[in-house]
Design a protein around this ligand. Structure first.
Ligand code: SAH
Length: 415
């Protein structure tokens, strides 16, 4: 960052770096504001899969395919409990028509293009090619006592946040509910095969993904219905994966009407708001959606989520050097949160993972610590989040399907 790019807030105040993009150009709308893409092209959606349907719809579809309705439950068991879509493993189905039934109900959705591992195999990033060639990623992480999968909900993202790698290429399309669920099923299959971590250290047979974070590519609340169908399937004990709703975190830039809708659902998922700045002046530039719904509106909606569900909400805050990491911003954030009550929220600052070509850097450690200290002192539980998977570009905000990945997906050598 050169001196000319930073403008002090006050002549005597701290350095203030403005969120300016470098190395790429942010798309603008007709008014010259960062472009927000809500409507996704319909083209490219995959064939309908069992996980896109309600249990009743599954029975109806099986019948349409000329089989008795009870076959739906058998398919659910293969898919959600044994993580298989392969008819060869389904010996409880009649041999004649088995392949057609599996193809009709469990069409192939994700082709694994690349897998990167780090942390002694405890962190794995998958690059998936969707049926239309679109690329998405998920990241699987083993912690003590839990296994977390960071899933993508859209190919690309329309929210255009200048510090996030995914936003830079815009929105390709929404992912279907089944494409979202399939990321979990494939991760579970890998875990069941002993593929996560050193098998000498791990390997309980019944291990599987326990936590989901919608912090991969995409804005989950901009793909609301499909994300909710995926969540319902994840938590359904009888017809789905039977996961706990509190282990599922939906993270958003702050689409206020959708937050209110989410609060009214009877699925108490964990809710996270990507705030990144407590003042509109800065947030307008960092999170373009802030031009629609301001900091206070987003915080009111987050508070509303707590009131409706009793679930403590998370505030995400990427700490960027001299941009949003000032002590006064920690204090302002604490004031705004405390003004809405006590015990309803915690803050998760994360040092920025610089995107390729970015001139911004993560805050320095003493600055990070001071930011956290001030919030804690003000009575807001605050813990710095780890940046797992950084070396494999699998950390928050680093997920992007690059041109190089496109070449890999097409089978073209890249070097
Ligand atoms: N669209 C959703 C979910 C995807 S991003 C959302 O914004 O919440 C998941 C988290 O990673 C968000 O909090 C996002 O702001 C954060 N993030 C994005 N880019 C980042 C970066 N370069 N460094 C650290 N965190 C980043």
């Amino acid at each position: 960052m050169t001196e000319s790019e930073s403008t002090p807030v006050r002549s005597t105040g701290p350095r203030q770096v403005r969120p300016r993009t470098e190395g790429w150009t942010q798309k603008l709308d007709a008014d010259g504001k960062p472009l927000l893409q809500f409507a996704a092209p319909k083209k490219g959606m995959p064939p309908v899969h069992l996980a896109d349907l309600t249990p009743d719809e599954r029975v109806a579809k099986v019948k349409e395919l000329g089989m008795p309705g009870f076959r739906a439950a058998q398919l659910e068991k293969h898919y959600f409990q044994h993580y298989t879509s392969d008819p060869a493993h389904m010996t409880d189905l009649p041999a004649s028509g088995r392949d057609e039934l599996a193809a009709g109900m469990l069409p192939h959705l994700l082709t694994e293009v690349r897998r990167l591992e780090t942390d002694r195999g405890d962190t794995i990033k998958f690059l998936w090619k969707l049926h239309d060639g679109a690329l998405v990623e998920s990241v699987l992480m083993r912690y003590t006592g839990r296994i977390t999968l960071c899933v993508s909900s859209q190919a690309g993202c329309g929210m255009n946040c200048p510090f996030c790698a995914t936003g830079q290429a815009g929105l390709t399309r929404n992912m279907s509910a089944a494409e979202i669920v399939e990321q979990v099923v494939r991760a579970n299959r890998l875990i069941a095969e002993g593929g996560l971590g050193d098998p000498r250290r791990v390997g309980h047979e019944d291990e599987r993904v326990t936590n989901i974070v919608f912090m991969g590519m995409g804005e989950p609340l901009a793909n609301y219905n499909r994300v909710m169908q995926a969540v319902r399937t994840m938590v359904d004990k009888k017809h789905g994966l039977g996961m706990s709703a509190r282990g599922i975190t939906v993270s958003t830039v702050g689409l206020v009407p959708a937050i209110n809708k989410l609060a009214a659902e009877d699925i108490p998922v964990t809710f996270a708001l990507s705030l990144h700045a407590p003042d509109d002046l800065l947030r307008d530039e960092m999170i373009p959606i802030n031009s629609r719904w301001k900091v206070d509106e987003a915080l009111d909606a987050a508070r509303g989520y707590f009131e409706k569900t009793g679930r403590r909400v998370s505030i995400e805050y990427a700490l960027i050097k001299d941009m949003n990491d000032h002590a006064w911003r920690a204090d302002l954030l604490a004031d705004k949160l405390n003004a809405r009550g006590r015990g309803w929220v915690h803050v998760n600052p994360i040092p920025l993972n610089p995107t390729p070509g970015s001139v911004w850097t993560a805050s320095e450690v003493p600055v990070q610590n001071e930011f956290v200290r001030r919030l804690n002192e003000a009575g807001i539980p605050t813990t710095l989040r780890d940046t797992r998977g950084k070396e494999i570009d699998g950390a928050c905000g680093q997920l992007v399907a690059t041109e190089e990945d496109q070449a890999v997906a097409a089978g073209v050598p890249t070097d």
